[in-house]
Design a protein around this ligand. Structure first.
Ligand SMILES: [Zn+2]
Length: 379
C-alpha cells in the first residue's frame, strides 16, 4: 500500500492509484477529463432549461428536489422569482434524517409561489439500505466513491421516486442541488440512473421497491423522460455559502441551525467504509481539503461540504482513532463513557463545537440501536 504524499489517500482506496512519485490520481487530476465532460453536459442542459418556454401541456416547468436546507431554499427562490419557472417543490422525507429543516420548509411554503408535495416510503428505503449493508463484501478494487455506496443508494432511491413523480405528471425537468462531488456518482440521464439501480440491486428487489413502475422508464421514448438539471454545478463559480445564508435571512426564508440536518446512519456509514474499504466515510472530503490547503498559500479556500475541516488536520491519526472506536462499538466491545470521551475529542478536531461534537459522539455509541431498527447486521 502506498500513500499520497500530498493528500494522504492510499492506493487501496476505491478509484485511487498512487504513482511512483508518490502522487495520487486526484492530486494529478487524472479525472479532470471526466469531470469536464460532465460539467459541459450539465451546463448545457441547465442553459437549455433556463431558456425553455413554458410547456402548455404540463402543469409545471420542473420538479424541484427540495430538502429545506440553505442551498435548495436559495435555489427554489431563484427558480420561482428570478427565472419565473412554474415549480413543483418535491420533498422526500428520509426516515434516517433528523431534520431541522422543517421550519425553513414552512417559511418557503408561506413566501414562495410554488406547489409543495411531501413524499415518503419508509418501508422500501429501509429495505434498500438493509440490502446494501448486509450484502457480502463488494468486489475489489472498486471504483471512485464505492466507500459511500450506502449513502449514494439512499439518495438514488429518492431521486428515482422524484423521477417517477415527474414522469407520471409529464414534468420535463427534475432539478437537484447536488455538489460537484456527487455528480460523479449521479448520472444526468434518467435512464442511466434507472439502469444503475437495476445493476446494483437486481430486477427482483428493484421491481419490488418501485412496484414495477421503473421498467416503464427504461422503455419510454426519450422525449417522454424528464431531464435532470444541476443548477449549482452549472453555476459552480458563483457558490458562496455565507452570501446564500445572508440573502435568505434578509428575505425571511431561513432560520439557521448549527446542525442543519443530521443523518442517523452517519456512524453506520463510517462502519461500512472502515469494514469494506478501511477508510472513514469523509476520507475524500478530508483529502480534498488538505489538497486545497496545500495548494493555496493563504489556505482559505472555500469548501462546499457540510463538515468543516481545520487548517491543519492529521487525517491519518484521526482516521485511525475513529476506526478503532467505530469497530469496537459495532462489535459491542469497550466502555461507553470512554468511547464518548474519545469521540468528542475526535469531532472537536473536525472544527465542531462542544455541543455538536457531543451530539455526533452520542449517535456513534447508539449505532447498535439504529442498526437493529433498520435491520442492519453488525459483526
Ligand atoms: Zn493525493
Amino acid at each position: 500500500m502506498t500513500t499520497c504524499k500530498v493528500c494522504s489517500l492510499n492506493s487501496e482506496h476505491p478509484g485511487i492509484s498512487v504513482d511512483t512519485a508518490g502522487l495520487c490520481n486526484l492530486c494529478r487530476l487524472d479525472i479532470a477529463g471526466d469531470l469536464l465532460v460532465n460539467y459541459r453536459y450539465t451546463s448545457n442542459v441547465f442553459h437549455e432549461f433556463q431558456h425553455e418556454k413554458p410547456n402548455p401541456d404540463a402543469p409545471y416547468d420542473c420538479l424541484f428536489m427540495y430538502s429545506g436546507g440553505k442551498d435548495s431554499t436559495y435555489m427554489l427562490d431563484k427558480f420561482v422569482n428570478e427565472y419565473g419557472k412554474r415549480v413543483l417543490a418535491y420533498t422526500f422525507d428520509v426516515p434516517f434524517e433528523s431534520t431541522h429543516a422543517a421550519d425553513n420548509i414552512r417559511l418557503a411554503r408561506e413566501k414562495i409561489a410554488a406547489d409543495f408535495v411531501l413524499d415518503s416510503d419508509d418501508v422500501n428505503i429501509k429495505k434498500v439500505m438493509r440490502e446494501v449493508f448486509n450484502r457480502p463484501a463488494p468486489a475489489r478494487p472498486g471504483s471512485y466513491l464505492d466507500e459511500k455506496l450506502p449513502c449514494a443508494s439512499c439518495r438514488t432511491f429518492f431521486v428515482l421516486r422524484a423521477i417517477l413523480h415527474a414522469f407520471r405528471e409529464g414534468i420535463p425537468y427534475v432539478a437537484m442541488c447536488a455538489d460537484p462531488q456527487q455528480i460523479l456518482t449521479m448520472e444526468s440521464n434518467v435512464r442511466e440512473v434507472v439502469r444503475g439501480f437495476y445493476q446494483s440491486f437486481g430486477d427482483r428487489l428493484t421491481d419490488e421497491v418501485f412496484r414495477g413502475e421503473l421498467e416503464q422508464v427504461l422503455f419510454a421514448e426519450d422525449d417522454e423522460l424528464p431531464k435532470i438539471v444541476f443548477p449549482f454545478i452549472a453555476m459552480r463559480h458563483e457558490y458562496d455559502p455565507d452570501q446564500i445564508v445572508a440573502e435568505l435571512k434578509a428575505k425571511g426564508l431561513y432560520e439557521s441551525s448549527p446542525l442543519e440536518t443530521h443523518c442517523t446512519l452517519f456512524p453506520l456509514l463510517n462502519y461500512y467504509a472502515f469494514k469494506h474499504w478501511d477508510c472513514m466515510f469523509y476520507k475524500l472530503n478530508a483529502a480534498s481539503h488538505v489538497r486545497a490547503v496545500k495548494r493555496s498559500a493563504t489556505g482559505t479556500e472555500r469548501s462546499t461540504f457540510s463538515i468543516k475541516f481545520p487548517q491543519v488536520l492529521n487525517i491519518v491519526e484521526i482516521e485511525e482513532q475513529l476506526r478503532r472506536v467505530t469497530l469496537q462499538i459495532a462489535a459491542g466491545e469497550g466502555d461507553r463513557g470512554e468511547h464518548l470521551r474519545e469521540l468528542v475529542s475526535i469531532f472537536r478536531g473536525f472544527d465542531a463545537d462542544e455541543a455538536a461534537a457531543r451530539f455526533v459522539a452520542e449517535s456513534f455509541v447508539d449505532m447498535p440501536k439504529v442498526a437493529a431498527d433498520v435491520g442492519i447486521r453488525l459483526p
